[in-house]
Design a protein around this ligand. Structure first.
Ligand code: MN
Ligand code: MN
Length: 305
């Protein structure tokens, strides 16, 4: 089990490093997510969730739909969040970079400096969080460390986004790791796998749902009159029963129109859950850094380092 966590972590980390070099002015987001997802499969792992690429005020839950023409602009604050899974054991990791290129065409030097600090703040939050982890640590203490580290930059964490425990074939296994002291005195145990993911922002630190759905999870079997919707559901049950999937994978398989109708009907009937992209309430910039760790007696192993 530990071996699979470590193996998945090594792969995810290598892909994260390679893929972040693709975040340059003019690159298609679709090319980045396709690269990440195909590298996970080439590495002998499964995709634990669609590659999330969230830009600027978007914190999470965007992935390219089929035919996405979105391109990075130099200086964009890009969160790349990816997951690899081996035997069901998941590595979940994210990094934020400013898209390279002539940033000063799009942002002032002061803005660029601020954006670099926002990125540094979530990294400092993650480092502080990891330093607190050992068997028996209260999860509110992890959150407190994140909040303190980010506050030193005079920035806010995102208060309504959390890290999470991981279990076999289970990306969000029940325990939430806050990015502030939420008074939860639940204690982590030795051997527990956890994804810690501080977000930092120059806004007030809350995210809301934004329009569109690009990522989904299977929920329950339901009957459908429309044959093609029934077929899509069967396909999801066979291929994406345990972890989130991309709308793009469905439209690639069944065609744009049939795929989109099925996704809508399945969501409306709560056979699948549609995730909304999450956007900072004041449309301020958001950074994220995430590692997967395994709790040990006197500390932790970071699998995605
Ligand atoms: Mn993640
Ligand atoms: Mn996560």
């Amino acid at each position: 089990m530990i071996e699979s966590y470590i193996q998945a972590g090594k792969l995810a980390s290598k892909i994260r490093e390679e893929a972040s070099k693709m975040i340059t002015d003019g690159t298609l987001v679709l090319d980045l997510v396709n690269y990440v997802e195909s590298e996970i499969l080439k590495g002998g792992a499964e995709i634990a969730f669609p590659c999330n690429v969230s830009i600027n005020e978007y914190a999470a839950h965007y992935t390219s739909p089929a035919g996405d023409e979105t391109r990075f602009k130099a200086g964009d604050m890009v969160k790349l969040d990816l997951g690899a899974m081996i035997d069901g054991y998941i590595a979940d990791t994210a990094v934020t970079v400013l898209a390279s290129g002539n940033m000063d065409e799009n942002y002032t030097q002061d803005e660029i400096n601020l954006h670099e600090e926002i990125i540094e703040a979530s990294a400092a939050g993650l480092e502080a969080a990891i330093a607190t982890v050992r068997a028996g640590v209260e999860i509110s203490k992890i959150g407190e460390a994140v909040h303190e580290a980010i506050s030193e930059y005079h920035l806010n964490p995102i208060f309504n986004l959390m890290g999470h425990s991981l279990e076999q074939y289970n990306l969000h296994a029940g325990i939430s790791i806050p990015n502030y002291d939420n008074n939860d005195n639940f204690k982590l145990d030795e051997g527990q796998a956890v994804a810690i993911e501080p977000f930092a922002t120059n806004g007030e630190g809350m995210v809301n749902d934004a329009p569109g759905h690009y990522i989904f999870s299977y929920m329950a079997n339901k009957p459908f009159r429309m044959k093609s919707t029934q077929r899509v559901l069967k396909y999801i049950q066979n291929n994406h029963r345990y972890v989130p999937f991309s709308g793009r994978w469905i439209t690639d398989e069944f065609g744009e129109r049939k795929g989109a109708i099925a996704l809508k009907q399945l969501s409306d009937a709560m056979a699948i859950y549609p995730y909304a992209p999450l956007r900072e309430k004041q449309n301020c910039f958001v950074s994220q850094k995430e590692h997967t760790i395994i709790v040990e007696k006197e500390g932790c192993t970071v699998t995605t380092i």
